[in-house]
Write a protein that binds this ligand. Structure first.
Ligand code: MLT
Ligand code: MN
Ligand code: ZN
Length: 298
């Protein structure tokens, strides 16, 4: 069966425009000169009827409203049967609170991320008697909706911002930041919205994927500092940049993968402007710049 994926939100945490940002992209998006993008989420199905949402964005209410296939099919029925989160970041878990309306679904995450969620009492709004919390072991395939299997694997990253201590390890490989290998009967896709660096193990994991959705947070590591918007590099945030010898575009060179799509773009990323030279460079290297509402069939 085919594997269908729809970008619900192509932006990183903050979205485009971000509420407090006056950078060039945010101003253009506010003016309607470039498309606005909601925060990080992807929906997938293998049977066109039942869907899993990968990462519950703070914008999930608006995202579901904008996605016809995710609309209720009955009085209190939803095609959304499962939610899987890849880390504990606010842009990936805050939307769970919007899904609190007594509708059963399965919530998949690693054990450590379930612990992060359980440690925050506000998530008790998702009654465990209705929303089943399923801990997924790394490197162990699980059928999450009919015909669609997910395997979680560690990718270099860090703990969520709100759990950072004085010392932050940004290339941690464990249960805090994972990628997802999705497979239907014949096709497969890999979803990695956060990744600090592309290791050889990760390249091996990506090899042969029909469809890849990959961390496109920044164009260059010091982009936010240059724009006068903050002190953090991409590396410090646990995100690889697109450009440069250590960037994702270079890391994917020569990798046998089908369609490559950047997602989780920070609002400072120049590729969000359709006319930007950086976007042409990414596209010339075979990448698609993801946008809200884009659909792909593998
Ligand atoms: C990230 O992707 O780095 C996080 O979403 C940052 C955040 O939680 O604000
Ligand atoms: Mn994020
Ligand atoms: Zn901005």
């Amino acid at each position: 069966m085919a594997l269908r994926a729809r970008i619900l939100g192509a932006a990183a945490g903050g979205g485009l425009p971000q509420w407090n940002c006056g950078c060039v992209n945010c101003r253009l998006a506010r003016a309607g000169a470039i498309p606005a993008q909601t925060q990080s989420s992807l929906a997938c199905t293998a049977d066109d009827r039942t869907w899993v949402i990968l990462n519950a964005s703070p914008d999930i209410r608006q995202q579901i409203a904008a996605a016809l296939p995710l609309h209720p099919t009955g009085l209190r029925e939803s095609p959304v049967r499962a939610v899987l989160v890849t880390n504990g970041d606010i842009d990936h878990v805050a939307g769970l609170l919007t899904l609190r309306e007594k509708r059963p679904f399965a919530l998949y995450a690693t054990r450590e991320i379930h612990e992060v969620i359980a440690a925050n009492p506000i998530f008790a709004a998702l009654d465990p008697a209705i929303v089943e919390r399923i801990a997924v072991r790394l490197d162990t395939p699980v059928e999450i909706v009919p015909g669609l299997t997910a395997e979680l694997f560690p990718v270099p990253g860090k703990v969520p911002l709100y759990l950072e201590g004085d010392e932050v390890q940004t290339d941690l490989e464990g249960e805090q930041t994972v990628g997802v290998h999705l497979s239907s009967a014949k096709r497969n896709a890999v979803y990695i919205p956060g990744c600090a660096t592309v290791t050889e193990a990760l390249r091996a994991r990506l090899s042969g994927a029909d469809l890849v959705f990959f961390d496109g947070t920044l164009w260059q590591d010091d982009e936010m500092i240059r724009a006068g918007l903050g002190q953090k590099t991409g590396r410090r945030m646990g995100h690889i940049s697109m450009s440069g010898p250590d960037g994702s575009i270079a890391a994917f060179e020569g990798l046998p993968v089908g369609r490559k799509v950047f997602i989780h773009m920070n609002n400072t990323n120049p590729v969000l402007r359709p006319e930007a030279p950086e976007r042409r460079i990414a596209e010339a290297a075979g990448w698609t710049i993801g946008q809200d509402g884009m659909e792909f069939t593998a």
